[in-house]
Design a protein around this ligand. Structure first.
Ligand code: SAM
Length: 263
């Protein structure tokens, strides 16, 4: 097959086809533009097109995902990082920045580390703080360690339900927990681990557990991502616990996508 023919295949966007071709041919996009007649063995390319037609994540095919301008190793069995989570990083950088000014030494814990994108991005930015990150999925711990090594950051990863294996005093909890309601049946999600996506109680079960855990541990701050329609449910929950000092943050599309509680 010639490059120009491959780029004409209808089902995928041009940028995705270019990405696939440049990965398979180990060439950059300029090469693709300058060599439309270049012939290559199409077998692998067509196989990938078939997988993509079934919405199998591209990130699992090439074992990489981009987040906050950096490349992370990723594999099947781990949630694919979402652009939405960059809003959680922005708000975390703002909040943690206030503690830098106070020159406090803090222990930050992430619940549900997945591929490590959140803890690693924050640990790069705030090397003065201690980071502990947990996940119930052993593969998440394995993959996070690979990514932490790439970026040379020091994070203490622990296989744990919530913070069960974290006995020391902690100051801040950051989390993008599973928050999709269990009834939601959305095809493309079928390739990702269920325990990374779905939660009971209209998706709010783990969000609420994390808040309760934060109160029990007397943390200073909790920062969590949640779903588009969970703001009202969380307000009710905060009221039931008499939590008053909180705000919600928005993603780049102006959807409310998470909360920050200050104690
Ligand atoms: C939505 S994913 C987030 C992954 C990563 N932090 C990110 O933002 O891409 C949620 C993660 O929480 C983990 N998880 C689910 N229940 C958990 C629990 N009870 N305790 C710790 N981690 C849990 C899942 O295995 C998954 O890796």
């Amino acid at each position: 097959m010639k490059i120009k023919e491959a780029l004409k295949i209808k089902e995928l966007s041009r940028s995705e086809k270019e990405y696939i071709l440049s990965k398979l041919l180990n060439e950059d996009k300029i090469f693709l533009h300058l060599n439309p007649e270049f012939e290559f063995d199409e077998e692998k390319f067509l196989k990938i097109i078939e997988l993509r037609k079934k919405e199998y994540p591209l990130e699992y095919i090439f074992n990489e995902a981009y987040f906050y301008d950096e490349k992370f190793y990723i594999e099947e069995g781990i949630l694919v990082p979402r652009d939405d989570t960059e809003a959680l990083i922005d708000v975390s950088i703002k909040e943690l920045g206030d503690y830098v000014k106070q020159e406090k030494k803090l222990t930050i814990t992430e619940i549900g580390v997945g591929s490590g994108i959140i803890s690693i991005t924050l640990a790069k930015k705030f090397p003065q703080f201690r980071f502990i990150a947990t996940d119930i999925n052993p593969k998440a711990i394995e993959v996070s360690k690979i990514n932490a090594k790439t970026y040379n950051v020091n994070i203490d990863f622990r296989l744990s339900n919530l913070l069960d294996e974290v006995k020391e005093k902690i100051d801040i909890i950051v989390s993008n927990p599973p928050y999709v309601e269990e009834e939601w049946n959305y095809e493309p999600l079928k390739y990702e681990p269920k325990e990374a996506l779905f939660a009971k109680d209209s998706g709010t079960f783990l969000l609420k557990e994390i808040v309760k855990e934060g109160i029990k541990r007397k943390v200073k701050l909790i920062i969590c991502e949640f779903g588009y329609n969970q703001k009202e449910l969380m307000i009710k929950f905060f009221e039931s616990l008499n939590i008053k000092n909180y705000y919600f943050y928005k993603d780049l599309s102006s959807n409310t996508r998470g909360f920050v509680i200050k104690f």
